[in-house]
Design a protein around this ligand. Structure first.
Ligand code: R5P
Length: 291
């Protein structure tokens, strides 16, 4: 099995290749044509082999690169192409909210799977998105990676910033054997939320080391409000953890100002990256690709 790292996911791809028993790892040659179009070229002898391509699609450029790489791998005669999209862009528009809109997540699934034999992604916004793939598709979770890291730390309490994250925080609580609760969240607009404590808590908050767990941090608005609320109720220390750290604009600095630690997995390169999903992705690839 070969592993190819697209420009958005080179480091994670290399980690996955190590997890796959030091599978041959390569990065494609890329350049821009004068008109701005992307040129890619994959190296190595891929003919007759299984090839894993790893590329998060945070930007439209990342997406075009992925589609070109999939085609290049097929052209190179690969036996099977396994497409790993650690951060799957456009997944948040997972339904038509107003007439005239696309179901963007579905549109992207259709195109990403065209040249793929199998797709692996991580913590999709909605698990239902997997159903838009017609080829075998799997979702790894960032929770085990974060739990492996938190196991070394003195944690008292886990918090989800909203009810939508209950399954996530519950799974983390099981792995770490810690109490948890979810805040009540009301979204005001794309950058602002209102948060409050739930009617019942698993115990007192005073002096507790809490970890707020979310699937994605985008503007940071949710985590900042959650941290302020927890502080107001006397918690001791606050860590903020997420699978996908987008950290738009000054989100990272704003969160750092109200928490003791911020960390994410390595689905997107960022300064908070402290836990790797490589073992979890490699496990799915090994399980689903018998030779
Ligand atoms: C919401 O459903 C998600 O789980 C995140 O809480 C949200 O997308 C985070 O966005 P932001 O960082 O902009 O508050």
């Amino acid at each position: 099995m070969h592993v190819i790292g697209g420009t958005a996911s080179t480091a994670l791809a290399e980690r996955i290749s190590r997890e796959l028993g030091n599978a041959p790892f390569g990065i494609p040659f890329t350049k821009r044509f004068p008109d701005g179009e992307l040129y890619v070229r994959v190296g190595g002898r891929l003919e007759g082999d299984d090839v894993v391509i790893v590329q998060s699609t945070r930007t439209d450029e990342d997406l075009v690169e992925l589609l070109l790489l999939e085609d290049a791998i097929r052209e190179a005669g690969a036996k099977r192409t396994f497409v790993v999209v650690p951060y799957f862009g456009y997944a948040r528009q997972d339904r038509r909210f107003f007439p005239g809109e696309p179901v963007s997540a579905r549109a992207l699934c259709r195109h990403v799977e065209l040249d793929a034999d199998l797709v692996v992604t991580v913590d999709l916004h909605s698990a239902q998105t997997l159903s838009h793939f017609t080829k075998p598709a799997f979702e790894a979770s960032g929770i085990p990676a974060i739990a492996r890291m938190l196991r070394e730390r003195p944690i008292d309490l886990l918090v989800s910033p909203d009810k939508g994250g209950i399954e996530r925080v519950r799974r983390m609580a099981q792995l770490l054997d810690k109490p948890w609760f979810a805040l009540e969240k009301k979204r005001i607009d794309s950058e602002h939320v209102e948060l409050s404590l739930p009617a019942s808590l698993p115990g007192p908050l005073e002096a507790k080391h809490t970890v707020i767990i979310d699937d994605v941090i985008t503007t940071g608005g949710t985590i900042v409000e959650a941290a302020k609320l927890l502080k107001k109720h006397g918690v001791g220390a606050i860590s903020a953890a997420c699978t996908h750290g987008l950290f738009l604009r000054d989100a990272f600095e704003r969160i750092k100002a109200v928490t003791d630690e911020v960390f994410s997995t390595d689905t997107l390169g960022n300064p908070a990256e402290k836990a790797s999903v490589a073992p979890d992705i490699a496990q799915i690839l090994r399980r689903e690709s018998p030779s």
